[in-house]
Design a protein around this ligand. Structure first.
Ligand SMILES: Nc1ncnc2c1ncn2[C@@H]1O[C@H](COP(=O)(O)OP(=O)(O)O)[C@@H](O)[C@H]1O
Ligand SMILES: [Mg+2]
Length: 230
């Protein structure tokens, strides 16, 4: 299978400027290669840097050192030094990201939140909304909620809207931060099936799964921050 992501010598530390400049080292020489069709589980104890790694790959956090090479169309782009405009283009078409918590926007209905990534790619509105509706249905969000803002939804419902949004469009690379954390068994099984389908269709997945059984169900390889990163 072909390579889609190559991370070389990545370092990340936080500096707490408001707290005397305390330095929090996360990793200082991380290497990672990922191919299409792989599902990589990032593991390691809480606070080790799993979420930070996903945010670095999505360009939310900047790194001080190293390269994050992403295959975008037929080019390789180093996200560590890409222009903001390029980062946005990579997010629109190459890297999808299901954050741990949905960012709720007042007054925007669940259906529109899910359809948005498709609209951004130029999919006609009717088709985008139909696909969004199918995903919300598959994830057991009752139809009466589709036209409401997820502000008032339960944690599990918000998480499922977030997952539906992340899977609305397909991406060569999909980042998942604890996608199954607050789901009941049935919804968890549906989400795991969606992850496996995306991988079978050639996406490369990088996921954080609290539950070892979930991880084993969908992942083809582990990347342990204690063992594999310095
Ligand atoms: N925005 C931030 N500012 C300062 N410190 C941060 C920030 N994000 C994460 N950290 C710190 O970096 C370390 C790794 O955090 P995180 O990536 O969230 O770990 P994990 O997801 O493995 O639990 C922790 O010590 C955390 O406190
Ligand atoms: Mg985390």
């Amino acid at each position: 299978m072909s390579a889609v992501l190559r991370i070389k010598g990545l370092a990340k530390q936080f500096r707490l400027h408001l707290q005397g400049g305390v330095r929090i080292p996360v990793f200082d020489d991380l290497h990672l290669d990922l191919d299409a069709g792989e599902a990589l589980a990032v593991t390691g104890p809480s606070g080790k840097g799993k979420s930070s790694l996903l945010k670095l790959i999505y360009g939310t956090y900047k790194s001080g050192q190293g390269q994050i090479l992403v295959r975008h169309d037929d080019d390789w782009i180093d996200l560590a030094e890409a222009e903001p405009r390029q980062v946005l283009d990579v997010r629109r078409r190459t890297i999808g990201y299901v954050t741990q918590f949905l960012r709720v926007i007042p007054r925007v209905p669940a259906l529109d939140i899910v359809a948005e990534p498709l609209l951004e790619r130029g999919v006609p509105a009717e088709e985008a909304r139909a696909r969004a509706a199918r995903l919300l249905g598959r994830l057991n969000i009752p139809e009466r909620l589709w036209s409401l803002s997820p502000m008032t939804f339960s944690g599990g419902e918000q998480q499922r809207v977030n997952i539906a949004r992340g899977f609305a469009a397909s991406y060569p690379i999909l980042l998942l931060d604890e996608p199954t954390a607050s789901l009941d068994q049935e919804n968890k099984a549906r989400v795991l099936a969606m992850i496996d389908e995306a991988r079978a269709q050639g996406s490369a997945i990088i996921g954080i799964f609290h539950d070892a059984a979930d991880r084993r169900a969908v992942c083809t390889r582990d990347f342990d921050l204690d063992r594999d990163a310095a």
